[in-house]
Design a protein around this ligand. Structure first.
Ligand SMILES: *Cc1c(COP(=O)(O)O)cnc(C)c1O
Length: 373
């Protein structure tokens, strides 16, 4: 059994993928070929965002978003410590300082009450000026953008949605990637919409930001790429990746429905286990189910569950074992154990079980039985 099964998915669309790849081989425009615009337009249609700027990875998408806001030294960007390293790494890469805010224990996403408290505390800090927020839609569940955007507006901050895990999710009738000033997603193979390599996209409905993002993506280009008006990066998506993603978009809406069915079944069969905390999807939200993550009672309980599953050849994973404020890479920020108790507690107790659209019911039954043991 695989944690994420990309083989079965490929079988559904193999002919279309080959056809799309052949088109690229025939026209030979490996950089910025027609597939790029076609994919961007398909992603705009799906998410409802006005502009999509495809790029080389989810990490570069975040970096490009921060560069579009001219973020740099002395600027603080608030984010969650319970996420993949890339979220906060992009802030540091842009020269700014990540300022962490603990998570809500029910959704694992940034806690809006703590967020406002942290913004207020920064007003006494002469060295750091708060400029923006990166909220993460962890495991595919959107953060609380109504509250986050209200705080942002009150204090004049921008909001970036890290939708690397939530492409396909819903938030009160809107789609993920269209919930903040800028949204960033990733097409890393294991994400809900994954390519066959690295890739990502930035979304916005602000034309000025979109123009800047287009420029940042190709070395800060002006009217052409040999006239450079700002510092940018080499952040393009390959035509070949776009060709593959276009084929995957054909089945993506169905895959989201299939993921929901798998999640419903997990909840139905495991929901009454009092020793486990199942994902809590608030009213008006629909997760993209990038991961199905459960809280055990404590570290020992988690270890024993993972051992039992592993003995039955059922793969599990821990997202994330070390909250970012305790990572060696962020030692220079001078955080310590105890600063973000909810994130620290979750890091000790959380584990994820197989979740993908093609999980067979027999396999899911085996997983459920093993967890119940
Ligand atoms: C995967 C991920 C990223 C980075 O995406 P890459 O395409 O791997 O660079 C950023 N943020 C979160 C929350 C992610 O899960």
């Amino acid at each position: 059994m695989q944690f994420i099964d990309l083989v079965t998915q490929q079988q559904q669309i193999r002919a279309k993928i080959e056809e799309n790849i052949k088109k690229v081989l025939d026209h030979g425009q490996y950089i910025m070929g027609p597939e790029i615009k076609a994919l961007e337009s398909s992603l705009c249609d799906y998410t409802g965002a006005e502009f999509c700027i495809s790029c080389s990875s989810g990490t570069d998408a975040l970096l490009m978003a921060l560069m579009a806001y001219d973020i740099g030294p002395g600027d603080a960007v608030l984010t969650t410590p319970f996420t993949f390293i890339a979220t906060a790494e992009a802030i540091s890469l842009a020269g700014a300082t990540p300022v962490f805010v603990d998570i809500d224990p029910d959704t694992y996403n940034i806690d809006p009450d703590q967020l406002e408290k942290t913004v207020l505390a920064l007003q006494n800090n002469e060295k750091l000026i708060p400029k923006g927020i990166i909220a993460v839609d962890l495991f595919g569940l959107c953060a609380d953008y109504d509250k986050i955007c209200r705080i942002a507006e009150k204090y004049g901050l921008f909001v970036i949605e890290d939708a690397a895990q939530s492409f396909g999710a819903d938030y009160h009738g809107k789609k993920a990637c269209n919930l903040a000033d800028i949204a960033c997603t990733s097409f890393f193979p294991a994400k809900p919409l994954g390519g066959y390599g690295d890739g990502g996209a930035v979304f916005t409905s602000d034309e000025k930001l979109a123009d800047k993002l287009v420029s940042v993506r190709v070395h800060g280009m002006g009217t052409d790429k040999y006239e450079n008006v700002r510092i940018g990066i080499n952040g393009r998506l390959d035509s070949l990746q776009a060709a593959i993603l276009l084929a995957k978009m054909d089945i993506f809406p169905d895959e989201i429905k299939m993921r929901q069915k798998i999640a419903d079944r997990y909840l139905e069969k495991l929901g009454s286990q009092t020793s486990l905390v199942m994902p809590d999807i608030p009213k008006g939200f629909a997760s993209a189910w990038a991961q199905y993550s459960i809280l055990a009672e404590d570290e020992t309980h988690r270890e024993s569950i993972q051992k039992k599953l592993s003995a039955e050849k059922i793969p599990t994973a821990i997202y994330y074992p070390i909250p970012l404020h305790l990572q060696t890479a962020f030692k220079f920020l001078n955080y310590k154990n105890g600063d973000f108790p909810v994130s620290e507690d979750c890091a000790k107790r959380i584990f994820s079980i197989p979740m993908h659209p093609y999980l067979k019911s027999a396999d899911q039954d085996r997983i459920i039985a093993a967890v119940l043991k």
